[in-house]
Write a protein that binds this ligand. Sequence first.
Ligand code: BGC
Length: 760
Amino acid sequence: MRNKLFFLVILFLITISCEQKTGISGLSKGTSINKRVEHLLKKMTLDEKIGQLNQYTSRWEMTGPAPENSDSMFMYNMIKKGQLGSMLNVVGANAARKVQTWAVDSSRLGIPLILGYDVIHGLKTMFPIPLAEAASWDPQVAYTSSRIAAEEASASGINWTFAPMLDIARDARWGRIMEGSGEDPYLGSKMAVARVEGFQGDNLASENTIAACAKHFAAYGFVEAGREYNTVDISEYTLQNIVLPPFKAAVNAGVATVMNAFNTLNGTPATMNIHLQRDLLKGDWNFKGFVVSDWASINELILHGVAANKKEAARLAITAGSDMDMEGNVYIEELKNLVENNEVDETLIDDAVRRVLRVKFELGLFDDPFKYCNPKREKEVVFSSKNLAASRNVARKSIVLLKNSEGLLPLSKTGKKIAVIGELAKSKDVPLGSWRGKAIPNSAVSLLEGIENVVGTQNVTFAKGPVYIKNKRGFTTELEINTTDRTGMKDAVSVASKANVVVMALGEDCFQTGEGRSQTNIALKGFQLELLKKVFEVNKNVVVVLMNGRPIQINWMAEHVPAILETWFLGSQSGNAIADVLFGDYNPAGKLPVTFPRAVGQEPLYYNHLNTGRADKTDMVFWSHYTDESNAPLFPFGYGLSYTTFHYSNLKLSSKELLPNGKLTITATIENTGERTGEEVVQLYVRDLVGSISRPVKELKGFQKIKLKAGEKKEVTFELSAKDLQFFGAENRWKTEPGEYRIWVGTNSAEGLESGFTLK
Ligand code: BGC
């Protein structure tokens, strides 16, 4: 008997110690995640469940309006009571360890926090802004930068990034256009998958991978008039065919989380949108991860006029499938009462909690809550020379050569006097871009430094020209652009007049784009155009290096200046990457992921538009046009030059007919007709000529980046099946329609060899 008692006590002790060792779930690592989730869920009180759905920013960094409670004791108490499931903006291995220790050691169930941060284009090693990376038309580029961003973030306590942003954007006025992959759903989907795979790797539980977050679900890029947070009113047709494909692709690639959006969509805010979150995302697409609200977007339901108070807002959001409340304090304050008064079914809470816990289990947080909190790894990995080298490579692949008449580029490395002009040329900060994570201020290689690294300082003279941004930058409401002080103009013109060639940096300050930075005017601001014109008067050999996060209006420049490089904001190695291109060590191959307009009044301007009934009656006034500007873009989607030239020929289709279950093979020969090795992005477009509803004049259906030596030829092959021609039609379903199709293989969306086929 005594032995038996002794045995039972030992068994009890072993069970307790196992429970501690195997993590808080009480079930060991080998058990399926679903079982572990259910086991844990059973132990949780309603308060603890709701706690898992609550997320606060650290009080030491904010990326939205400041919260009321600003002390860390408050935070500690919330965590201790199990009332906080996640934090954002806690960065650094030590900071993360601190809050994670609170969660694991002080709360009843010891459930670890999931720690999110906006790692958009790098943590400390900055990569090009996402729009720039999309200009590479090379998913491997986006994969590499996301992979390294994840390595740096995961070494710095972060296990969840609020990226990639998958909002298709057709309007250059919208400041967040810099954060996505541009205007096209096909290119956007390829980049989406690459980024999700880069952040999440093969295994979310590895110590160097983090959960990704596809945002903003959905249609945030379609805000009216490009004004931030504005109304979105688009058809189901546009939603399904244009907006959603990158999200669907990300879900298919296994994205762990999704963030909803601030905007209303056809009257219903995304945050309470059952159609988006329940029917599509969690229904048709079978998304198993969780949805986080955008910053206080649940509270904003009140301002949208769809909820009278926080209680209603909470009910609407949880019913619609918004699982976690970012910084809103709505779920934590309201959900319990709602459940107790039978206004919200507890099964809804359970579903949301299951989703959050599942991602935490998948990250391996229950098995080792501190795996992302290793200061040694942080020191080794973050901002390493290896990462900087990768950033330079990604950066040069993101550059688009917009013009190069008279073969001004590449520049000779010797014997020429170079004038480097413009404030942006010397800036070590602007190239870091907006949404810059933990970038060290002024840590980028400036354009001037990049040039001097190649040719030395002897033949290089810098002149700043008039100051562009006066003083306010960053999280201020307005940029103070200098419009009165011309100091520096004369000096810059004089420096330009003495040089053989002028390299001029023009464009935007990086904080002209990003969240909250919509603009009605996308022309060069301040005295930039005047400076350019004056410089051009004294020296015609001008190379403009553009730095900007949106398409900008550059008509005069495009007409007069012989060479223009679009460099966006390229990150830490900006100057070196640009110099690689300027001096021909790298032959540019980027292509525009967005249309460049001639005037802001053309916006939204995009290549895959519908035809009008009055598209070509150009001999009278009654056709679809502007009376003061052409309809045509300045530079079309997919446009970009190289230092060599490519000739397209021999477009062949395997058949004139495509059968419903068949495949069509399309081939074309591309020849490098210039004198250098170069890369070309070969693009495939189609048009469905007669549909049950009007179909776009062109749609991108494939692209390939090929490298050809001077004189070399290659046959490029694409395949199309009926599935690739599917669209979401008026009957509210995806379908293909038999009929005639046109097809183009070309160098951009406006040029190409043309043929046609019939879909049977
Ligand atoms: C942005 C999100 C971001 C969040 C957290 C919001 O204002 O819209 O994209 O992830 O803040 O910083």
